[in-house]
Design a protein around this ligand. Structure first.
Ligand SMILES: *Cc1c(COP(=O)(O)O)cnc(C)c1O
Length: 422
């Protein structure tokens, strides 16, 4: 074993592909077996054909730069426009709505927060500092990141018993420095969609921007609804919704890095644009934080969307919904386990009032499953794509064994199991 803390020496060069490939495989030998559904986050898949189309399209345009989509790489530029048009239609954006292709959900959220802040500040007499945003306790940490960078206060609203945000409590947190309200579709911790129609009414009445974080569900939830699932409406049909973030690289089943951000009005996008012209090279303008962006991600998203289309996503939604129901039933069949929320999506979060869930988690980890936990309340967390369809019986058998093991012996919990990343 090499010392992971020792600095790697600058390579001499000359390694050929075979040697490099072998070394990379060696480095990755201990990776989680994600292809067999053993990772409950980080990776997503529909089926082999979709995966292969994404991979091929990515490498077809692997060296092109999305930054040059309007001046040099017209193919990428056109694919990007079409992808954004597909999203605007899917999310029922009105005429005049626009989209931005970004390298990830965190950046989509960052841009929406910036646009909302700058719109608020542009009102005559509006306070410029000590602004706050009000969001559900379950909103993604990307909002905390954006707030840290832009020096904004976050107010976290508590949840109702169904783990959707308590809208009255949310409203009580609003004051005259609140520039943004947030709802998730669905939230990452519990997989439930916040009551967007009710938040939208407050946003409209108070004249506050509502951002819907549909990073998880944006490209898939509409098909859950089409498949007959009862969901709160979360898109631009709700008049208070001014922006929506939706990741292609989650349940759009597109290769990373790919997310989208949609604005109700073009002026909103313009507020999040960065324009600089003080340097010797003249005007530099982007609608993203990133400058250079991978052309491959744009091509791959375009290809996957055209391959799957509404029929492919609807089929995936039906399979995901049935799979989720089967997991929930299997989990509830194990004595002492209970769902923390009834999921609206293929995110499952469950705990126990009798078993030590950190010990259960350790038991699953010992059986080769990567495990993540929620902390409030303590529970196991699974964000499942169709990678998780095949190993369901194996998972449930190992879960049962881990529960039995936890009941039989109390062991010190592994603190690292409650960590999302890093
Ligand atoms: C994943 C996620 C994000 C952040 O997306 P990245 O692409 O990881 O930056 C934002 N919101 C929710 C609800 C998410 O699940």
């Amino acid at each position: 074993m090499t010392d992971r803390n020792a600095r790697a020496a600058f390579p001499q060069g000359g390694a050929d592909w075979e040697a490099l490939q072998a070394r990379m495989a060696d480095y990755a030998a201990g990776d989680v077996d994600w292809r067999s559904g053993r990772s409950p986050l980080f990776v997503f898949k529909n089926d082999e054909a979709t995966y292969e189309i994404g991979r091929r399209a990515f490498f077809e345009y692997f060296n092109e730069n999305g930054l040059g989509g309007t001046r040099a790489f017209f193919g990428i530029g056109r694919m990007e426009r079409e992808v954004l048009d597909y999203g605007l239609s899917l999310l029922n954006a009105p005429e005049g709505g626009v989209g931005v292709f970004t390298p990830g959900g965190s950046e989509s959220i960052f841009l929406a927060v910036k646009a909302a802040r700058d719109r608020f500040r542009a009102r005559p007499g509006a306070p410029r500092r000590e602004l706050n945003l009000v969001m559900p306790d379950t909103a993604h940490a990307a909002f905390d990141k954006a707030a840290q960078v832009m020096d904004l206060e976050i107010r976290r609203a508590p949840l109702g018993p169904d783990r959707r945000v308590d809208v009255a409590a949310m409203e009580a947190l609003i004051d005259d420095r609140t520039f943004l309200l947030v709802g998730s579709a669905p939230c990452y911790p519990h997989g439930v969609v916040d009551p967007i129609p009710r938040i939208s009414r407050i946003a409209e009445a108070r004249g506050i921007w509502l951002h819907v974080d549909a990073c998880v569900g944006g490209w898939m939830l509409p098909f859950f609804a089409a498949a007959g699932r009862d969901l709160p409406e979360f898109d631009f049909r709700q008049p208070g919704v001014r922006s929506i973030s939706a990741d292609l690289h989650k349940f759009g089943f597109c290769p990373k890095p790919a997310s989208t951000l949609f604005y109700r009005e073009i002026e909103d996008r313009d507020r999040a644009q960065f324009v600089a012209d003080a340097w010797p090279s003249g005007v530099f303008r982007t609608s993203t934080l990133a400058g250079t962006r991978p052309g491959g991600a744009v091509a791959a998203a375009w290809a996957v969307l055209n391959h799957l289309g509404s029929s492919g996503y609807l089929t995936a939604a039906r399979r995901l919904a049935a799979m989720t129901d089967a997991y929930v039933a299997g989990i509830e069949a194990i004595e002492g386990l209970e769902m923390i929320a009834r999921p609206d999506f293929s995110i499952v979060n469950f705990g126990s009032s009798v078993h030590d869930m950190t010990a259960v988690a350790t038991g699953l980890s010992d059986r080769g499953w990567l495990v993540t936990l929620t902390r409030r309340p303590v529970g196991l967390h699974l964000m499942m794509s169709l990678l998780h369809e095949a190993p369901r019986e194996d998972y449930l058998a190992d879960l049962r064994a881990a529960v039995d093991g936890a009941a039989a012996e109390r062991r010190p919990a592994d603190e690292s199991l409650g960590t999302y990343a890093g």
